[in-house]
Design a protein around this ligand. Structure first.
Ligand code: 2RA
Length: 340
């Protein structure tokens, strides 16, 4: 006896990865429906060895369906998630719409799986921002051992975080640098992304932070511990898939780098690759398609009493979005929607 699962936004990068991961992890699916907007109606998408035809989100009846993984923007989520939730279908939402709602659990299963139980308030569970997800997987085991006071994070985020158009822009701009007459002006981003980096993701806020930086701060507090002080600088880099982060952590108590490395080695969802030699660390190209949050460059920060620096890399379409959503579905099924 499996679950009746809907994937909303099945033709996008994240929606397709959700289907791939549901199949890879052999999630117990009784029935599956793949939905898209009218413009993508009938598009075929893969689910394991099956090919599914997308149905119309606008007319879909969510009654009788157990859970819906939403991989659409906030506007579509705002319109359709309440319809699904009201029909008794639990929504697992990848947009930012519900993340900050006190009545909606914001979940990274390796960190706060038990908070899934709170889904009943709105029949909605929120998936965190991709750059938050990989960071809190690394922070949680260290916080449990030596209570984190402050985090300073700089991100190096791939263009797939902005969607397919951004991937095409990086490709075309890079090609255009070598082929006269094929230059590609910035469109998705305000400045050229090929051979460049852009210290601006999402919109600017009055504080001078961008919304992406605000998300990392706010979501880390909600998922791990509201007492943790976080400051972030989020940067777009010319990488197709895979977000990287340089994370500086200050603790209440002293934590030795070797003990930190041992803790991370044992922590769920983490792969430590940390050798102080050429190539003894992970780069984004190597994380693509993997489930793990990779940690390298673990070392004492001797400029403060109790500091550690580390390097964190993960596939932003997987742990940063689709994998985390499927893991939430697994926890929801195991904890709350037991079948047969
Ligand atoms: C980005 N985190 O990387 C944002 C949304 N996926 O663009």
């Amino acid at each position: 006896m499996g679950y009746n699962v809907v994937v909303v936004g099945a033709t996008g990068n994240v929606g397709r990865e959700m289907l791939n991961i549901l199949a890879e992890r052999e999630f117990p699916v009784e029935k599956i429906a793949v939905l898209a907007s009218r413009k993508s109606l009938g598009t075929e998408v893969s689910f394991g060895d099956k090919t599914l035809k997308t149905e119309d989100l606008d007319t879909f009846d969510f009654s009788g369906w157990d859970m819906a993984l939403f991989a659409v923007g906030s506007d579509a989520t705002k319109k359709y998630a309440p319809i699904a939730a009201k029909a008794g279908c639990v929504v697992i939402d990848n947009s930012s719409l519900y993340r900050y709602d006190p009545d909606v659990p914001l979940i990274v299963p390796e960190v706060n799986a038990e908070a899934v139980d709170g889904y009943t308030k709105k029949n909605i569970i929120a998936n965190p921002n991709c750059s938050t997800a990989q960071m809190v997987v690394a922070l949680k085991p260290l916080h449990d051992r030596a209570k984190i006071k402050r985090v300073v994070v700089s991100t190096y985020q791939s263009v797939s975080g902005s969607g397919k158009e951004a991937i095409d822009e990086l490709w075309d701009q890079t090609k255009g640098m070598y082929v006269p007459g094929q230059e590609k002006a910035p469109n998705v981003y305000p400045k050229q992304i090929a051979f460049n980096v852009i210290p601006h993701i999402d919109v600017f806020m009055d504080s001078g932070d961008t919304k992406e930086e605000w998300k990392m701060i706010t979501e880390t507090k909600k998922i791990v511990d509201p007492s943790i002080k976080v400051t972030a600088t989020c940067v777009r880099v010319p990488v197709f898939v895979g977000h990287s982060e340089s994370i500086n952590i200050e603790f209440e108590d002293f934590l030795d780098e070797d003990e930190a490395r041992d803790i991370l080695r044992e922590a769920p969802g983490i792969m430590v690759i940390d050798k102080r030699e050429n190539g003894g660390y992970v780069t984004p190209i190597e994380c693509v398609g993997d489930y793990a949050t990779f940690i390298s460059r673990i070392r004492q920060d001797v400029t403060v009493e109790n500091g550690i620096n580390l390097w964190c890399v993960s596939d932003n379409l997987r742990k940063g979005a689709a994998l985390n959503a499927v893991q939430i579905a697994e926890v929801l099924g195991q904890r709350c929607l037991k079948k047969g």
